[in-house]
Design a protein around this ligand. Structure first.
Ligand SMILES: [Zn+2]
Length: 187
């Protein structure tokens, strides 16, 4: 299991939580005597910062044949592994808007009928630190599945499939697997 990125406990192969990057107060520049505390609190100026999770969305896009769109990731984290279309929610966006935007950017598809299936904590390795994430998974339908074309660079392949155990073993993120297993269990 991965370490709690908000906590001091770090397993050997896991980068530290992002709280460890805050070695100085971003407001006044005072050195923190013990980086990694959450929330960050500056003893000099009193500024504090909470390392809450960022929001992300994942799309379980289901076609008329009850097949799901799985994509192969072209970049780290999880290069060469399978995933669901999706990404981070921008400030000011709803999760549903982020879902539409990310699916459009990554696959060219327009989606409809989005329904929240489940949420699950995730972690994202970024610049040698681990950022806590809360994933929102939505089930949805493509408006026209024939419009699918992958964005250059981010994804290298796609497949419409009823996900198998072997495919679930190649998912880049455990949270994606959890969401797919829930959908499969719903018949
Ligand atoms: Zn300060």
């Amino acid at each position: 299991m991965a370490a709690d990125p908000q906590n001091d406990t770090i397993v050997s192969n896991q980068p530290p939580g992002v709280s460890h990057a805050f070695r100085f107060c971003p407001r006044c520049g005072h050195a923190h005597p013990n980086p990694g505390q959450s929330p960050f609190q500056c003893s000099q100026c009193g500024w504090s910062y909470y390392f809450g999770p960022v929001s992300a969305v994942g799309a379980l896009i289901i076609n008329d044949q009850r097949q799901m769109l799985l994509v192969k990731r072209a970049r780290d984290p999880g290069k060469g592994m399978l995933g669901l279309p999706g990404g981070f929610v921008d400030a000011g966006e709803t999760a549903e808007q982020a879902l539409q935007r990310e699916v459009r950017e990554e696959t060219g598809l327009e989606i409809e009928g989005a329904q929240l299936l489940l949420t699950y904590p995730n972690q994202y390795r970024h610049c040698d630190f681990v950022v806590p994430v809360l994933d929102f998974f939505f089930q949805c339908r493509p408006v026209d599945a024939s419009c699918l074309h992958l964005a250059d660079g981010e994804l290298s392949a796609f497949q419409w499939t009823r996900p198998t155990t072997e495919q679930l073993g190649r998912m880049a993120f455990p949270s994606n697997r959890m969401a797919i297993e829930k959908w499969l269990g719903m018949g």
